[in-house]
Design a protein around this ligand. Structure first.
Ligand code: SF4
Length: 239
């Protein structure tokens, strides 16, 4: 049986012990950030050294498939796609089975349509949780994410990593400063937003110049709309 949106236990998490506590190299932070932003701009796929991990494919996630994701739509059996709740016609989600696994995951933990997988899967990178200092909302993914270690010895890498974390903290702690208090409550969305808007929190950026929360929030909104937020400026209007 495949879980449909609204009928599944989205937060249903199978509890597992961390049987692989050793660190994993996440690479240099700056290089990762550049690649993550390229993936968010749909210019590249996330290049995650997953090894034998398939946690993100087996933890009760609905996978969004947009109408422009034609290659994925052409390779996913129609019976596995359901209209995406709250989205226009043509947007679908892939459900998951009773064990929380994507129906396209084979018995060996491999994606049956890997070369044609949805953009949602192509841009997913659990290192974003480690980058933003945020815990994932699925135990298996949280365990994996906690093992990533960035090589952030270069000063620029340290600044960028601190900026991503500061961005995540600011958005989480200052929801009231945003229009309608509309900030992501999903950890993955919050972490991705932090990656996009980190320039606001770099040294010399608006957040370091004594701006109030509302002004910083306005800059965050502006930069987030700018795509993957690689602007070198602070994102404030006029920069
Ligand atoms: S489509 Fe493939 S990559 Fe995406 S969740 Fe399913 S098994 Fe994983």
């Amino acid at each position: 049986m495949t879980r449909r949106p609204g009928g599944g236990n989205v937060s249903g998490v199978s509890r597992t012990r961390d049987t692989h506590p050793e660190d994993l190299s996440a690479g240099a932070f700056g290089a990762w950030l550049e690649q993550m932003r390229a993936a968010l701009r749909h210019e590249a796929d996330a290049d995650v050294p997953c090894g034998d991990c398939s946690a993100c494919c087996s933890t009760s996630h609905f996978v969004h498939v947009g109408p422009d994701d034609r290659d994925a739509l052409a390779h996913i059996p129609r019976a596995l796609l359901f209209p995406a709740p709250g989205m226009p016609a043509g947007h679908f989600v892939l459900g998951y089975d009773d064990r929380g696994r994507c129906p396209l995951l084979d018995g060996a933990g491999r994606c049956e349509i890997y070369a044609h997988r949805p953009r949602t899967c192509r841009t997913y990178d659990c290192r974003v949780f480690a980058a933003a200092g945020i815990g994932a909302d699925r135990d298996e993914i949280a365990l994996r994410a906690r093992r990533w270690r960035f090589d952030d010895l270069a000063p620029r890498d340290r600044d960028e990593r601190a900026a991503v974390r500061a961005a995540a903290r600011f958005v989480r702690d200052n929801a009231a400063a945003f229009p309608g208090a509309a900030v992501p409550d999903d950890p993955a969305q919050l972490a991705v937003l932090a990656v996009k808007v980190a320039s606001v929190f770099l040294p010399g950026g608006l957040a370091h110049r004594g701006a109030d929360a509302a002004t910083i929030a306005a800059a965050v909104v502006l930069v987030s709309r700018d795509g993957a937020g690689e602007a070198e400026g602070d994102g404030s209007p006029g920069t």
